[in-house]
Design a binder for this molecule. Structure first.
Ligand code: PRP
Length: 217
């Protein structure tokens, strides 16, 4: 009876959606292909044992949790998530994709009455608090889970702190950006112990993807 050498598998958490497809294309180019992932089905885990890689599609905001707890060795998460949840992971690389910004927006013509506590609707409570702390403005955070743009329209809040990509959502809801807090893009992250124990594999990915992003510039 034969036995075979068990290859070290690299577990990669990809953000489900268009960004994740771009990320997969980068990994594929780096030599970590997994053709099955392109089949049109609803499976969430794909592996290519020959190459030694296993991909999972997870909700973009969950990638950092999988990586922090070691269910994935590496993954790709937005800087927004890394700032908001400060997961205990290594941030290895700016992938220069998924670019957008975290901004404060309000109804067109909004004037801030500095005598009053500012009501801020957001999914990003920590980013919002840190920002308003830094400028010494008192706020009341209203945590929402989506469709944040509705809040100022219904007078649930004065402003929102949210992601702006093309600006279309704001425009179509008669809102405008007041201030950009921080630019956002997708980052390659690693579990801290995986980075140590699967270092060669991870370094190979870093090097290859770095040259891909450099070539694009
Ligand atoms: C994000 C964000 C805005 C929109 C901005 O929402 O919250 O609503 O994208 O993009 P735009 O500037 O190109 O219009 P997302 O689609 O991630 O969903 P969400 O409502 O769950 O936040």
């Amino acid at each position: 009876m034969g036995w075979r050498y068990l290859k070290t598998m690299l577990n990669v958490a990809l953000p489900k959606g268009r960004l994740g497809e771009k990320v997969y294309a980068m990994f594929e180019k780096a030599g970590f292909e997994c053709p099955a992932i392109k089949e049109n089905n609803r499976k969430l885990i794909f592996e290519n044992e020959e190459v030694g890689v296993r991909y999972f599609w997870v909700k973009p905001s969950d990638v950092a949790i999988y990586v922090e707890r070691g269910a994935a060795d590496i993954g790709v998460a937005g800087k927004d998530i890394l700032l908001e949840y400060a997961p205990d992971v290594y941030e290895l690389l700016d992938l220069d994709i998924g670019k957008c910004r975290m901004a404060v927006a309000a109804k067109r013509g909004f004037r801030d009455d500095k005598q009053k506590t500012l009501r801020v609707a957001t999914k990003f409570g920590k980013i919002a608090s840190n920002y308003y702390n830094s400028i010494g403005r008192d706020i009341d955070i209203i945590h929402l889970n989506g469709s944040i743009e509705i809040a100022p329209i219904l007078n649930l809040s004065d402003v929102i702190v949210d992601i702006v990509e093309t600006g279309t959502t704001l425009k179509e809801n008669n809102l405008e950006v007041i201030e950009t807090i921080v630019p956002i893009s997708a980052r390659l992250i690693a579990n801290k112990s995986s980075f140590k124990f699967k270092n060669e594999l991870i370094e190979k990915i870093i090097n290859d993807i770095t040259s891909q992003t450099e070539a694009k510039k």
